[in-house]
Design a protein. Structure first.
Length: 176
């Protein structure tokens, strides 16, 4: 029994250290202010794109990558139109008062996407999902303004019956 307690304390300690380090790591530098870093290294940074200095969640390439990964994991095997619709749902949530106001906020909201909960969001995205994310970011919304979707063959939650049906694309049903 004491051995199991010791292993548990060790695992919790490691987890706390990892979370603390990841919390303080920022793109462009660790434990630092990006603006100060930029000022200190003005002579050596003229070739850096401004997107490298953007805050997380504000960079087009970062948002595109996250959306492509979610689309790839959530809409695997779906028609291209369905992939774009999944991307549109992410963007539609940005305009809804009950959801976060950034793409990463929407994607990483607890239990919002199965692919995030299972870790499949970290698998490499397929090419079509990048195109679908670009089309959604450009304003194409085949979902008709949906803020939810589900696969009736897989979903077991009762909440789907409380939402308004919009359209079915492939195996996904899109809801308001």
């Amino acid at each position: 029994m004491p051995d199991r307690v010791g292993k548990f304390i060790f695992a919790v300690t490691v987890l706390v250290v990892v979370v603390t380090v990841l919390w303080h790591v920022q793109p462009g530098g660790v434990f630092g202010d990006r603006a100060a870093y930029h000022r200190e290294n003005e002579d050596t940074l003229p070739y850096l794109a401004e997107v490298d200095l953007a805050k997380p969640g504000q960079s087009y390439s970062y948002n595109l990558e996250l959306m492509a990964r979610v689309i790839s994991a959530e809409a695997k095997g779906e028609p291209y139109l369905g992939q774009v619709a999944v991307g549109a749902v992410i963007l539609n949530r940005l305009d809804h008062p009950h959801f976060p106001k950034t793409i990463p906020g929407v994607i990483f909201e607890p239990d919002a996407f199965t692919a995030v909960s299972t870790g499949h969001v970290w698998f490499p995205a397929v090419d079509s999902s990048y195109r679908a994310a670009q089309d959604a970011l450009a304003g194409w919304d085949p979902s008709g303004g949906a803020i939810y979707y589900y696969n009736p063959a897989k979903a077991t939650n009762w909440w789907v019956a409380t939402r308004s049906y919009i359209i079915q694309i492939g195996r996904h049903v899109f809801l308001r």
